[in-house]
Ligand binder design. Structure first.
Ligand code: SF4
Length: 417
């Protein structure tokens, strides 16, 4: 790799790191005389069947005609600019792929000239990879808002996943930091891609040999903590987009203040809201896999998630009238709502109780977190005395006995020694 290409890679991989819609973990491993060098811009994502794949995560260019206040590539930001040629992206991807550094490509771009000009170049990259290079690795492509449907449709034939970022969770928030953008610019392509996926699926039933269209589905990302939306607003938006556009994932990206950031945004030195981001992911998970409605977890009287306890425990403490749950008779749907019991344990409980009443030692063997669950359940031999505790008592008993990795964030006591 020549020096100019290496410099471009440094600039354009660094600018891409703010996009979390493929989970990122950069590698700093150096080549110390052996084979291989995990270069800048490698990140990891998970396929639908749970495999972890490493991706080359880059922008085609960080030139942009827009001036979104939260973005490091915005036109008014004084940063070094660079742009890959189509061949450079193809060659980088193929070289990294052949050397086994990566299993896929995550390709995004600033918008240069106009949406179609940029989208057309992105299309040429993915087409060249698939058609000329016979590349079969994973490709996640960021769609360019306002790009024409023909270009999106053709690109969809070559990529595995497409995504387009909502950026701010509400239209009002977006207008605040990116007056030129609108959620409608995102909804249109999401809607188009969703319809195309459905269309290709229907056609496949009739025609055996038909190309696949965005087989890994589409996703979006919201920036959290840059604008003043509550957690309730964020999750309401996520829920609506999951339902309306059949998204595979919504990513929540805690705002990382960037150099020369606009005055209306959190300034450099403000820590990114990592704990909030984590609580939002937990809420998202409860919504998608545990049958919770957003309004149960977040509502007008409880618009923000607590940071010291997870959203499931918070919900249970606010709904103690639904507990304790009888492990030996309750439905799976209720058992899975107990703090400390996951989906797999709930399934095991329902299967195991067919052979006789379950006792505490059996529940522990199944793998439930009994230290949390004990306040919300009863089984053949559990303590009746735990059923009369107040929410604040349960909370302090759980927090007192827990080993949360976030405990230090809530510890206000100064450590002097
Ligand atoms: S359009 Fe995209 S790349 Fe350009 S400034 Fe806005 S967020 Fe950044």
């Amino acid at each position: 790799m020549n020096d100019r290409l290496r410099e471009k890679l440094n600039i354009l991989a660094d600018a891409a790191k703010y996009d979390v819609s493929c989970s990122s973990s950069g590698s700093k491993r150096k080549n110390e005389g052996g084979i291989g060098n995990a270069s800048n811009g490698i990140c990891h994502t998970y396929t639908e069947d749970g495999r972890c794949v490493s991706l080359l995560k880059i922008l085609l260019t960080n030139h942009c005609i827009y001036d979104c206040a939260f973005c490091v590539s915005r036109k008014s930001n004084d940063v070094k600019r660079a742009a890959f040629t189509i061949d450079e992206v193809v060659q980088l991807t193929m070289n990294f792929y052949r050397r086994n550094y990566i299993e896929g490509l995550f390709l995004s771009s600033g918008i240069f000239k106009n949406a179609d000009y940029t989208m057309e170049r992105l299309l040429r990259v993915v087409k060249k990879l698939r058609v000329e290079e016979k590349y079969n690795g994973y490709i996640h492509l960021k769609t360019i808002p306002k790009a024409s449907e023909e270009l999106i449709k053709e690109a969809g034939l070559y990529v595995d996943r497409m995504s387009i970022n909502l950026e701010m969770p509400t239209e009002a928030g977006l207008k605040l930091v990116a007056p030129d953008k609108s959620h409608l610019d995102v909804q249109k392509p999401l809607n188009f891609v969703q319809n195309q996926i459905a269309q290709f699926r229907d056609d496949k039933k009739l025609i055996k040999k038909i190309p696949r269209f965005v087989p890994a589905g589409q996703s979006t990302q919201m920036v959290v903590g840059a604008t003043p939306e509550s957690d309730m607003q964020i999750m309401q938006t996520a829920n609506a987009y999951y339902k309306k556009f059949s998204l595979k994932r919504v990513y929540y990206s805690g705002f990382i203040p960037i150099p020369n950031t606009a005055a209306l945004l959190p300034q450099l030195g403000t820590p990114p809201p990592l704990l909030r981001e984590n609580r939002l992911y937990q809420t998202d998970w409860l919504m998608r896999f545990y049958g919770f409605e957003v309004r149960e977890l977040l509502n007008a009287s409880h618009p923000n998630l607590e940071t010291d306890i997870d959203p499931k425990l918070s919900w249970a403490l606010r709904n103690l009238h639904l507990f304790p749950v009888d492990i030996n008779t309750a439905d799976y749907q209720m058992i899975v709502r107990v703090p400390g019991i996951g989906r797999q344990s709930a399934q095991h409980i329902v299967s195991a109780r067919k052979f006789g009443k379950l006792h505490v030692h059996q529940l522990k063997k199944i793998g439930i977190a009994y230290n949390r669950a004990q306040y919300f359940i009863y089984c053949a031999d559990s303590y009746a005395s735990l059923r009369h505790l107040q929410p604040h008592e349960i909370k302090s008993l759980i927090l007192g006995g827990g080993h949360s990795k976030y405990k230090s964030l809530h510890d206000t006591q100064l450590h002097l020694f």
